[in-house]
Write a protein that binds this ligand. Structure first.
Ligand code: HEM
Length: 322
C-alpha cells in the first residue's frame, strides 16, 4: 500500500499530505489566447479568463524540512471555469519522471529510504535498485545536468504524464504540457541558512507584483511513447502556447482552499482524457487515500505559517482565496 510506505519513509505529519507536505496556497487566473481549441474542446481554452487555485510545494512527506535548491519542486493547479468544468494538474520541475511504472516508484521509495543512523540511504540497496532500473539512472543523470533556478517563480514546471486532447472535430492527439516562467532565469545558489527561503521569497515576489507562466502544450505524434514518462519526446515536436497563468495571491495552508483540495491528475474537463500511462490511475487513488487520512486528523501548524506570510508582505495584508 503506497500511503503506508510513504508513512514508513517520512513518518506521519498529522493533517498534511503524505508527499509534498510542505507547501503554500496561491491563486490567480489563466488567460487563454484561444490557440488550445485547435487541439482540445474545453471552455478553459476559449479566449478569456478562468480562475485558478494552486499550491507550491516541496517533495517529500517531511513537513518541516529545510528548503534546499535541489529538492524537487511541485505546483498543483485547479482551473475552474464558471460552467462547472474543472481541470486539475500537479506538475514538477523535472523534465522527465525517474520511474517507468507505479511498481518501480514503490520499490524506489524503500531503496532510497535514509538509514536513521547515517541519514543516507543504504548503498547496497541503492546499487541493487540501480542495476535493476538503468532507465531511472539515465533520467536522474539528465535531471542532474539541468541547471536549477533560484526560486519557485523562475521554475519551469512539467506535467510529465501524457494525456489525450480531443477537439470539436473529434480528432484526438497525445499531448504533454509545461509551464514556462516569464520571470527571468537565475541559477540556484548553494544551501541557505533560512529554513523557508524558497517560500519566503515567493511570498515577497507575489506581493510585489503578479508572477506569470506561459502554458505550453507539446503535440505528440502516433510514434511517441505515451505510457512511459521516463522517455522524452523528440525536441522538434510542435509546441503550442495556449495562454498565460497569472498568480497574484499567496496564503498559508491554514488559510488557503488549496489545502483541502486534491490535485488529482484525473480530474479533467471534457476534451481531455488520460493516456495509457498506468501512473495516472495510481496517482489518482493514492492522492485520494492521502486526502482521506489527512482530512480526518487534527492539523499541526503548517511549515510556512500565516505569521510567516504576513512577515514577508512588504506592506499589504493577504487577500482571501475565493
Ligand atoms: C506512482 C507515482 C506517484 C505517486 C505514488 C505519488 C504520490 C503522491 C501523494 C501521496 C501526494 C499527496 C496527495 C495529497 O494528499 O493531496 C502527491 C502529491 C503530489 N504529486 Fe505525486 N505521486 C506520483 C507521481 C507524480 C508525478 C508523475 C508528478 C508530476 C507530474 C507528481 C506531482 C505531485 C505534486 C506536485 C504533488 C503536490 C500536489 C499538491 O500540492 O497537492 N506526482 N503525490
Amino acid at each position: 500500500m503506497f500511503i503506508d510506505r510513504f508513512e514508513q519513509i517520512d513518518g506521519v505529519h498529522a493533517g498534511f499530505r503524505r508527499n509534498y507536505a510542505k507547501g503554500i496556497g496561491v491563486a490567480g487566473f489563466f488567460e487563454s489566447n484561444g490557440n488550445g481549441l485547435r487541439l482540445c474542446q474545453t471552455t478553459i481554452f476559449e479566449p478569456g479568463r478562468v480562475p485558478v487555485l494552486g499550491r507550491f510545494s516541496l517533495d517529500g512527506g517531511r513537513l518541516n524540512q529545510a528548503d534546499l535548491p535541489t529538492t524537487r519542486r511541485g505546483l498543483g493547479l485547479q482551473f475552474s471555469p464558471p460552467n462547472g468544468e474543472e481541470w486539475r494538474t500537479a506538475m514538477i520541475n523535472f523534465p522527465l519522471f525517474p520511474v517507468r511504472t507505479p511498481e518501480i516508484f514503490f520499490e524506489r521509495l524503500l531503496a532510497f529510504k535514509p538509514d536513521p543512523a547515517t541519514s543516507a540511504p543504504d548503498a547496497a540497496r541503492v546499487k541493487a535498485f540501480e542495476t535493476r532500473h538503468p532507465e531511472t539512472i539515465e533520467v536522474l543523470k539528465k535531471i542532474a545536468a539541468e541547471p536549477r533556478s533560484s526560486g519557485f517563480g523562475n521554475t519551469t514546471f512539467h506535467g510529465l504524464n501524457t494525456f489525450l486532447f480531443t477537439n470539436a472535430a473529434g480528432k484526438t492527439t497525445p499531448v504533454r504540457w509545461l509551464l514556462k516562467p516569464e520571470q527571468p532565469f537565475e541559477p540556484a545558489g548553494g544551501a541557505r541558512a533560512e529554513k523557508n527561503y524558497l517560500f519566503d521569497e515567493l511570498i515577497a515576489q507575489v506581493q510585489q507584483q503578479p508572477i506569470r507562466w506561459r502554458l505550453i502544450v507539446i503535440v505528440g505524434t502516433a510514434s511517441d511513447p505515451t505510457s512511459d514518462p521516463t522517455q522524452a519526446w523528440p525536441d522538434d515536436r510542435e509546441q503550442v502556447d495556449v495562454g498565460t497563468l497569472t498568480l497574484d495571491r499567496v496564503e498559508a495552508e491554514e488559510m488557503s482552499a488549496a489545502t483541502d483540495t486534491i490535485f488529482d491528475p484525473l480530474i479533467l474537463p471534457p476534451g481531455m482524457s488520460p493516456s495509457d500511462d498506468a501512473i495516472l490511475g495510481i496517482r489518482s487513488s493514492v492522492y485520494s487515500e492521502s486526502f482521506t487520512r489527512r482530512i480526518q486528523e487534527k492539523k499541526q501548524p503548517s511549515a510556512v505559517t500565516p505569521a510567516d506570510v504576513k512577515q514577508n508582505l512588504p506592506n499589504k495584508s493577504t487577500h482571501p482565496v475565493p
